[in-house]
Ligand binder design. Structure first.
Ligand code: ADE
Length: 240
């Protein structure tokens, strides 16, 4: 996969060279390009914003540098454009899977009140464009949202995670939250590891984990539980 990021703060993306995303780049599973939007400005002040038509607070990102950036990075429209914005479609594990299937992504990080809508409308005439929100809160800009999305996407690329089973078990993999986890020592500051996890009975352990996952989901995310297909729920639970 190739990911290009366009931003006025390239320094935000240093973490993409760390940890497993850095390793994915080193091993050739992932290529990342981070680009300063101001590269595509032509005035002495390297201006990227202006006041909004129709009035209102703040500034809007001008279309010209964005248009040139997208022309340079995907002249044939050979990428999917992802634009983080609180006005977007909600990001989810399902969307992470969908984006992980794309060979090329371009993330366009807006600042201020956002990017002139014509940039997205024009891009949509030649490539798929998705506006994405991380959640119902407002960040200063799209940079941190892009880091979050990159991490969620890159860990799904084949070969990035050593243990494929951890993908199958994790929170949201089956629409429920993951059960609590424990390691040694068996007793710590008066708190015990649940006996069943030390029993060696894999059938009962699987049943316990499933129960804990459902319980947690009911307590913390009743919305997820309500969205589960009751047939699938029953079948999987009977199988365990
Ligand atoms: N930019 C600003 N706020 C955002 C949010 N909640 N999600 C994605 N991008 C954003």
């Amino acid at each position: 996969m190739r990911i290009d990021v366009v931003t006025i703060f390239p320094e935000y993306f240093g973490p993409l060279d760390l940890s497993l995303i850095g390793k994915a780049q080193a091993s050739g599973l992932l290529e990342v390009g981070v680009h300063d939007l101001r590269t595509w400005t032509h005035d002495v002040h390297r201006t990227v914003d202006d006041s909004p038509y129709g009035g209102g607070p703040g500034m809007v990102m001008r279309p010209e540098p964005w248009g040139e950036a997208l022309d340079a990075l995907a002249p044939e429209g050979e990428a999917r454009l992802v634009v983080p914005t609180p006005a977007g479609e909600r990001f989810s594990q399902a969307m992470a899977h969908e984006l992980a299937g794309e060979p090329r992504l371009i993330f366009a990080c807006g600042r201020y009140e956002g990017i002139d809508q014509r940039v997205l409308d024009h891009a949509a005439t030649r490539m798929p464009v998705t506006e994405v929100s991380l959640g119902d809160y407002v960040l200063f800009g799209g940079e941190v949202a892009v880091l979050v999305m990159c991490e969620a996407i890159v860990r799904l690329l084949p070969g990035v995670l050593g243990n494929a089973e951890s993908l199958a078990e994790e929170s949201h993999a089956h629409g429920v939250l993951e059960a609590p986890v424990y390691t040694k020592p068996p007793q710590w500051r008066g708190h015990l590891v649940p006996d069943i996890l030390r029993s060696g009975d894999h059938g009962r352990i699987a049943r316990w984990r499933r129960d804990q996952a459902l319980l947690r989901t009911a307590q913390r995310r009743p919305d997820l539980l309500a969205a589960l297909d009751p047939d699938i729920l029953d079948k999987r639970d009977v199988a365990l």
